[in-house]
Design a binder for this molecule. Structure first.
Ligand SMILES: Cc1cc2nc3c(=O)[nH]c(=O)nc-3n(C[C@H](O)[C@H](O)[C@H](O)COP(=O)(O)O)c2cc1C
Length: 312
């Protein structure tokens, strides 16, 4: 696939010094630990993959029902079920390391500062982990259950703690459940984030009018998928204009044109989440589509379009 000048488009981008062969990364919680997708997706074709959120101890998650399809979106309340950081190093990472040329990003969460600290300490030993992604959309139990990512002080505290312990570049994944995403982006940067990723899911809910019961056992859940895309693009735009560090955009991406849209808003790379639920091959397909998109639009270097939205 070449442009009319006979050039193969260069899809390479760089996020906080990590070279990615293309901007497409599988999002946390929608791609297992990567290895589960090995038979359906050529993992080495992706820019990277983010594994399921990891905690210091294994977690069983919430009771079912935990998923509900909405108009152009999905509600989930999985409850951050995972095998724990140590088991990830022992049972999943060795296989991932055998797959050459793949950037593995470990997503981390906790319910207090010590949880984050301890989980990062465990994962520091994980050879082959390219970066840590800090999920701050969790209730801070030490501060009355308010989400870390919704309170600037808690965000500052958790990011500076993580930065002190982390021996990998630190990507802070922002919650969209805030009044000013620009403020939270700036706070994360000043606390030591090397890059930002956004957005996580919106707090939402659905009720069955027949039974009058909530569709999700947890009552509230996270909304993702195409339904949130325009809000995600706006938030990426606002965040990218508030910071100097790279921004990874996500929220409802399901095509190459969506990837371009996020990059024009200021994203250096993107993540694909819910799209993998309705098509497990979505990530790889979007990489192929992106190559074709660049050929069709005579774009020789995809990184040239980052932040390139035209106002007139
Ligand atoms: C079923 C499910 C599980 C998720 N689990 C995590 C998680 O463990 N950690 C995290 O940071 N984000 C998690 N997310 C959020 C996604 O990574 C992503 O930020 C969000 O879904 C928006 O992107 P999308 O619209 O492409 O799915 C999860 C999303 C879904 C749908």
């Amino acid at each position: 696939m070449t442009t009319s000048a006979g050039r193969t488009p260069d899809l390479g981008v760089s996020v906080t010094g990590i070279p990615l062969k293309n901007p497409v990364i599988a999002a946390s919680g929608t791609f297992g630990y990567g290895v589960e997708f090995e038979d359906v997706v050529n993992l080495s074709k992706l820019g990277g993959l983010v594994v399921k959120g990891l905690s210091r101890e294994p977690m069983i998650g919430n009771p079912p029902p935990r998923l509900w399809e909405t108009s152009a979106g999905m509600l989930n309340a999985i409850g951050l079920q995972n095998i724990g950081a140590q088991a990830f190093l022992e049972q999943k990472l060795p296989r991932l390391r055998q797959i050459k040329n793949i950037n593995v990003i470990a997503n981390i969460f906790g319910y207090n500062r010590e949880d984050y600290e301890r989980t990062i300490e465990i994962l520091n030993d994980g050879e082959g982990i390219a970066a840590f992604e800090l999920n701050v959309s969790c209730p801070n139990t030490a501060h009355g259950g308010l989400q870390f990512g919704s309170d600037p002080r808690s965000l500052d505290e958790v990011v500076s703690t993580a930065k002190r312990v982390a021996q990998r570049p630190l990507i802070v994944k922002l919650s969209p459940n805030v009044t000013s995403i620009a403020q939270m982006a700036y706070v994360a940067q000043e606390a030591g984030a090397d890059a930002l990723s956004l957005i996580n899911t919106f707090v939402a809910m659905a009720i069955d009018p027949e039974t009058r019961k909530p569709r999700i056992a947890n009552v509230t859940a996270g909304l993702s998928g195409p339904a949130i895309k325009p809000i995600a693009v706006r938030m990426v735009y606002d965040a990218a204009h508030a910071v100097r560090i790279p921004v990874i955009g996500m929220g409802g991406i399901s095509s190459a044109a969506d990837v371009i849209e996020f990059m024009l808003a200021g994203a250096s790379a993107v993540q694909i989440g819910t799209a993998s639920y309705w098509d497990p091959c979505a990530t790889e397909k979007i990489v192929d589509e992106l190559q074709q998109w660049c050929v069709d639009h005579e774009l020789t270097k995809i990184s040239d379009i980052i932040g390139g939205m035209l106002l007139e």
